[in-house]
Design a binder for this molecule. Structure first.
Ligand code: NAD
Ligand code: MG
Length: 398
């Protein structure tokens, strides 16, 4: 029986809800028992309050300062403390617990992930953007605090489960699988006309809006290449991507002797979350099971970096090093948001990223790799301002 005192940052999102569902199912299956210290959300007060009623955390937090009274009213009668605002989220993340799920989306999740990393708790990291913006600093902070970082992203969970952490020299390369997203077989001309609704309708995975757009542009796989580099200490040349539309093999590790280990499962985020929740143990829950005979065949193809330039841009950022990955991440977030807000065409998301990277490639402020959270946030802000100006230029030109 796994017992954990946990905090869920971003409890109301796709990963946050899956985490709580899984905790519920593991409790029912008798394989886990969880006490909740903190739940955080943002605008979805009704859901946050419902989660608070189920889990009775010590503290609930909304990131939106102006929603404090709404949240207080929604949890009235429960024995739970209530706070609000971005600072309150960061403060909540410093509370001592065994396990923290960092599942806030985007750079908004960086400060709380950084705070949690300093506590020595096991950090289940779904927020890939924080790893991309200041990965080396975040990894060493976890180590220094005596904690452990467990990746939640399905590809990195797959690699983590088979990677020989004590003998990394045995690894030749890792191969990240990519579903190819909803536009895998569209031409550039067809992609020019796609809508946000089409982009968020992912064929295999049910996810939040931003990561769904990232998956459609394949910027997600680019972020994941950078994530893999920092998590497993690999240079760009040892990280490959293969498109695998069925999303059954979640990634592979090739050893120096030519043997390749893969991790497989139905495409359900609860499986990597379950792995992070129990690691190094395992918990039982009513997981969907793999039926290879029913699937019949698994297919693979090379990624097309001409139709999906975000992949090449991410590789370029990783190779350039310094602040380039943080710039890639911030510009991509601005581009994806502008596309969701219908201010930017789909193909222009990568164009905005390319232009932002180019403009900041020679900027002194963006030369060094961020050595801490604040430095990463300064670069993030600079790249965001630059990307926003470029988005505005595109909107004017359109
Ligand atoms: P989501 O949009 O469904 O949920 C985001 C959560 O963050 C919500 O709880 C929301 O209230 C909170 N939030 C949003 N803005 C905030 C802010 N400014 N301050 C504080 N909290 C804020 O996102 P998601 O799909 O659950 O993704 C969460 C993270 O996990 C992302 O970094 C994503 O890349 C990563 N991830 C998600 C999946 C998936 O299947 N959804 C898979 C792999 C990795
Ligand atoms: Mg992933």
């Amino acid at each position: 029986m796994i017992r954990r005192r946990v905090t869920i940052l971003g409890a109301t999102g796709s990963v946050g809800r899956s985490t709580l569902d899984l905790m519920d199912q593991a409790e029912q299956a008798g394989s886990g028992a969880f006490e909740v210290e903190v739940l955080t959300g943002a605008g979805n007060i009704a859901l946050l309050a419902e989660q608070a009623r189920r889990w009775r955390p010590r503290l609930v937090v909304t990131a939106e300062a102006e929603r404090l009274d709404d949240l207080k009213a929604a949890v009235a009668g429960l024995d739970v403390a209530v706070t609000a605002g971005p600072e309150a989220v960061v403060e909540a993340a410093t509370r001592p617990v065994d396990w923290v799920m960092a599942a806030i989306v985007g750079a908004a999740g960086l400060r709380s992930a950084w705070a949690a990393a300093g506590t020595g708790a096991t950090l289940a990291l779904a927020n890939k953007e924080s790893l991309v913006s200041c990965g080396p600093a975040l990894m060493s902070r976890v180590r220094q605090a005596g904690g452990r970082l467990i990746p939640v992203d399905s590809e990195h969970s797959a690699i983590f489960q088979v990677f020989p952490a004590d003998a990394p020299e045995r690894v030749a390369r890792v191969v990240l699988t990519a579903s190819g997203g909803p536009f895998r077989s569209l031409s550039r001309a067809e992609m020019a006309r796609v809508t946000p609704e089409q982009a968020v309708a992912h064929p295999n995975w049910s996810m939040g809006a931003k990561i769904s757009v990232d998956s459609a542009t394949m910027a997600n796989k680019g972020l994941e290449m950078i994530e893999a580099a920092y998590l497993f200490g690999l240079e760009a040349g040892r990280i490959d991507v293969v498109v695998h539309p069925e999303s059954i093999i979640h990634s592979l590790v090739e050893m120096i002797d030519g043997s390749t280990l893969a991790q497989m499962g139905p495409p359900d985020m609860k499986t990597p979350i379950a792995c992070a929740l129990a690691w190094p143990d395992r918990i039982a829950w009513p997981a969907p099971r793999l039926d290879l005979a029913a699937l019949g065949a698994l297919t693979f193809e090379a990624p097309d970096e001409t139709r999906f330039p975000a992949l090449a841009l991410a590789r370029q950022a990783l190779e350039a090093g310094g602040a380039a990955p943080a710039v890639f991440n911030a510009a991509n977030e601005v581009g994806a948001r502008a596309f969701l807000d219908r201010k930017l065409g789909f193909l222009n998301i990568a164009a905005v990223v390319a232009e932002t990277m180019e403009r900041l490639a020679r900027a002194d402020e963006a030369a060094d790799a961020p050595d801490a959270c604040d430095a990463a946030l300064r670069i993030d802000a600079l790249a965001r301002r630059t990307a926003q100006r470029i988005v505005a230029d595109h909107a004017q030109a359109a």
